[in-house]
Write a protein that binds this ligand. Structure first.
Ligand code: HEC
Ligand code: HEC
Length: 490
């Protein structure tokens, strides 16, 4: 039994590096949405992606991801699926037919978190055939159900059939589900700000690579999607997301850039733009940082080109008279400032780096990568896609003044005289959960604690530039940079 499973067995669904349920905040739609399977509205650009799907019953094959976003307004819940798929096939044309034999996506939704077994299903295949069921305890109708006013569209909507083709890359479903369908179970329709519903999003892979995956993980012994106890938690937020997000999970592909251009672009930028912006993309006296924050107003190449060439109306930002070639180099530079380590060609040998990770560096004593390793530190399975190269170097070489939340080292002596050393995972008034260096999770109430001492310094060592040779350090960086959800060729 793995450490994580041992912990889960001890404390029910609790695990330390993964949430038991997927969670998502549904923002209000920032702009009207046209149901056309294009997903080109600002509302979609601004909404964050729900997060990776889990392959609960994975045996072999290509784990193709599904990117889902949800937003809402007073009338509808809007759901979009961007389905990565190299083998798209769908044949079922009959309303309420067995669409899950095809490439198909689903949403199973419980509007009342206290009665999760009252749930409603929407299953849609790639050619736009839908199957609906109502699983509520009050439902006395047939096995299928006719939801009121649902609007939806798929990429291959209405096609007689869709056979696999070598050009296949992805397909899309966009839909609007009126809240009035759930008035019998939901506390409020439309929901009120802060209301929580439960739901899961599912994906089935058609003929070739027929993978099953779901947004909220489904743990054994459940063998199928009809497992409302595994549904994720969604919260309705009162505010619209205001700025398009770039990067992981977004619909826009990673912005590619040429590193030589980025180097030239840096010089042109430092020469031409720093009377307002700061040097090297830092914040300046009269203009914002171009690369430091994680959310950007303008993130795509066309948006940046427009801002730099034409200026931004109503602000100090002027149009630039520089030739387009120079503007493009500055854009490459801006992309490079915002890049995660996985976007870069990091020198070094990732295979040797992986050996250092589990060997000389002893990183795997404390960190998991793809399900293997220790629990005291964060899971690093996707760290290259989440952090810049500079942040990775910093994590390995610079000590943090205060250990981040969830990683505060602690030494506890219990009233029974037992000593527990580890990190504080959860801290409530009356109880603490401490993950011990022994790999066990200790649940301690106030009365069980005789002495408690916190250490401010994180358990994460900060001297790997000294412990490792320069080549080893570089190989380790190359390995960490390669840890990303989607490979760089994507
Ligand atoms: C006269 C001052 C000034 C100069 C010179 C200037 N900028 Fe700006 N820039 C601004 C201000 C102010 C903003 C913020 C505008 C806003 O509020 O949207 C801005 C915003 C931007 C943005 C948008 C940032 C984002 O994420 O939305 C980019 C990109 C940008 N500047 C690039 C450049 C480049 C490249 C140059 C040099 C060719 C340059 N700027 C020169 C003042 C300036
Ligand atoms: C004794 C346990 C321990 C060892 C050994 C250890 N780490 Fe860590 N690491 C942690 C903890 C705890 C954190 C979280 C707290 C912090 O950031 O200081 C962390 C944080 C990190 C982070 C930052 C993660 C983020 O989300 O930004 C990276 C990267 C990292 N470690 C990589 C490594 C690598 C690579 C090694 C081996 C060369 C290693 N760690 C060895 C415990 C450890």
């Amino acid at each position: 039994m793995s450490k994580r499973m041992a912990l889960a067995a001890m404390f029910g669904a609790w695990t330390c590096s993964a949430q038991p349920f997927a969670q998502y905040t549904i923002q209000r739609a920032q702009s009207p949405i046209v149901i056309d399977a294009k997903l080109d509205e600002p509302a979609w650009a601004a909404a964050p992606a729900a997060g990776d799907f889990h392959f609960n019953w994975f045996q072999s094959g290509d784990k193709e991801q599904t990117i889902v976003k949800m937003v809402w307004d007073d009338d509808n819940l809007y759901v979009s699926y961007y389905v990565r798929d190299k083998h798209i096939s769908a044949y079922e044309k009959q309303r309420h037919g067995p669409v899950s034999k095809d490439d198909c996506v689903e949403i199973f939704l419980s509007p009342n978190p206290a009665k999760i077994r009252n749930y409603y299903t929407f299953e849609i295949n790639a050619i736009g055939t839908m199957l609906n069921r109502n699983k509520a305890d009050w439902w006395t109708g047939p096995p299928t159900w006719e939801p009121d006013g649902v609007e939806y569209k798929t990429t291959y909507h209405g096609a007689a059939k869709k056979d696999e083709s070598p050009d296949d890359d992805h397909w899309i479903v966009e839909m609007a589900i009126p809240f009035r369908n759930f008035s019998r179970d939901a506390a409020h329709t439309p929901p009120r700000e802060g209301d929580e519903w439960r739901l899961n999003l599912n994906r089935i892979g058609g003929k070739t690579n027929r993978q099953l995956s779901s947004w909220s993980p489904i743990a054994p012994p459940s063998t199928g999607f009809h497992s409302p106890e595994a549904f994720g938690i969604v919260r309705f937020a009162g505010e619209a997301a205001s700025a398009p997000q770039r990067g992981r999970g977004g619909f826009t592909r990673r912005q590619r850039f040429n590193q030589a251009d980025a180097k030239d672009g840096r010089e042109i930028y430092n020469r031409s733009c720093t009377q307002c912006h700061g040097l090297d993309g830092n914040p300046g006296d009269r203009a914002p940082a171009l690369g430091a924050a994680r959310r950007y107003l303008r993130s795509t190449t066309p948006e940046l080109f427009d801002a730099i060439k034409n200026g931004i109306r109503g602000t100090l930002m002027p149009g630039s008279p520089l030739p387009a070639a120079d503007v493009n180099k500055m854009i490459a530079y801006i992309h490079s400032l915002r890049a995660t380590a996985a976007d870069l060609d990091v020198p070094g040998d990732p295979v040797r780096g992986e050996r250092i990770f589990s060997g000389k560096g002893a990183c795997s004593n404390c960190h998991m990568v793809r399900g293997r390793g220790g629990l005291l530190g964060p899971d690093l399975s996707h760290i290259g896609g989440e952090r810049s190269l500079a942040a990775l170097k910093e994590a390995l070489t610079v000590s943090k003044p205060v250990a981040p939340r969830g990683y505060q080292p602690v030494r506890i002596v219990t009233t029974k005289g037992e000593t527990i050393e580890g990190v504080v995972k959860n801290d409530h008034n009356f109880s603490k959960q401490v993950l011990g260096k022994d790999g066990k999770l200790h649940l301690l109430t106030k009365e069980m604690i005789r002495d408690i001492r916190y250490d401010t310094k994180s358990l994460m060592p900060d001297d790997f530039n000294k412990k490792l040779s320069p080549t080893e350090f570089q190989d380790l960086l190359a390995y960490l940079s390669s840890l990303a959800r989607s490979r760089r060729t994507q």
